[in-house]
Design a binder for this molecule. Sequence first.
Ligand code: DSN
Length: 415
Amino acid sequence: MSELQQMDPEIADLITKEEARQHRTMRLIPSENYAWPAVMEACGSVLNNKYSEGYTGKRYYEGQEFIDGVESLAVSRVKQLFGVDHANVQPYSGSPANLAVYFAFCKPGDTVMGMGLPSGGHLTHGWKVSISGSYFNAVQYGVRESDHRIDFDQVASLAREHKPKLLFCGATAYPREIEFARFAEIAREVGAILVADIAHISGLIAGGAHQSPVGLAEVISSTTHKTLRGPRGGMILCDEKHQKAIDKSVFPGLQGGPHNGTTAGIAVAAKLAMTPEFKQYAANVVSNAKVLAARLEERGFALITGGTDNHLVLMDLTPKGVPGKVAAQALDRAGIVTNYNSIPFDPRKPFDPSGVRIGTPAITARGMGAAEMQQLGDWMADVVDNVTDEAKIAGIAAEVKALCDKFPAPGVPVS
Ligand code: DSN
């Protein structure tokens, strides 16, 4: 029996059940993935026990000789991976990373710009319920109603009118390439700092499956646990001229001690992301998303923008006559885990929207390929076309489980 089972059987039991759930289901939430087992090992180590406020060589606590080595490796590998001047790997996650970017460059009330949540932007890009939309004068751009692509005419005209200090690009529910060069041109024209939030696509960028914002965005923020397959954490990459402002903003501006186990996990993930295998993984994530999208479209799903360039597909369930939440819940019962999501110009409310958002990072990490994507598209259609047929859904759940048995998830024990 493990220490945890002896000391806290309730938590041990819940973890065992979650392991079984992660094994037997297909994880399609596009922001989720399986961290490498080596990453998990680094995160669950004695590094957890150490306080290290400050940065390498300049700490406020003694006993840092090995922690400094861990953070130096994480920083140098992330810099090498993305080809940037500076990397701060201490943000606790993506939202704190973005908050640190605001704190580095803005005062409350300053004007900032980002993509609105209903168009696929992130809460922290200025949406009104977030601190970013209430402490700053946040101007929101969106997508065109005609094709649901980013409306660059609107981005340019709003930027000229409002002259934001920061212009955020990057998204959480946008299935197309982010055109960093077009954003950079607009930012340059109005004197804004372009911030690329690459949380969803950092692994694709690292693996060469999406263009990089480096050289176009002066500041880049990201999580480290999505397509990058690292620990739950965040990072900020920037040009040398912003290094001081960013570092001061993260610590002591916003955070206390870094989570050293996470820092080690980021170092491990950055090392693994520099391998040829990871390049292949990133390419497979995108090709799987395209195959899945094509099959779903053949089976009658309406895809926002008509398809995908990245890891993510956003579907409008309206033509199927099923609300997004009902579809997501039925899919979950079939072992296909997605999230219901607003679509652009959604007539329904965010808690009961028209869409479902899916992505291929996790199922690709299990080694699934084109044949499995075709099968998955068929299962999804069969579920959504029969949302009240529990016998059919249970049958599909058994088939999903049989497929999952053939493709064990990295780092997830099979009980
Ligand atoms: N919660 C993340 C997502 O699911 O896209 C973004 O923060």
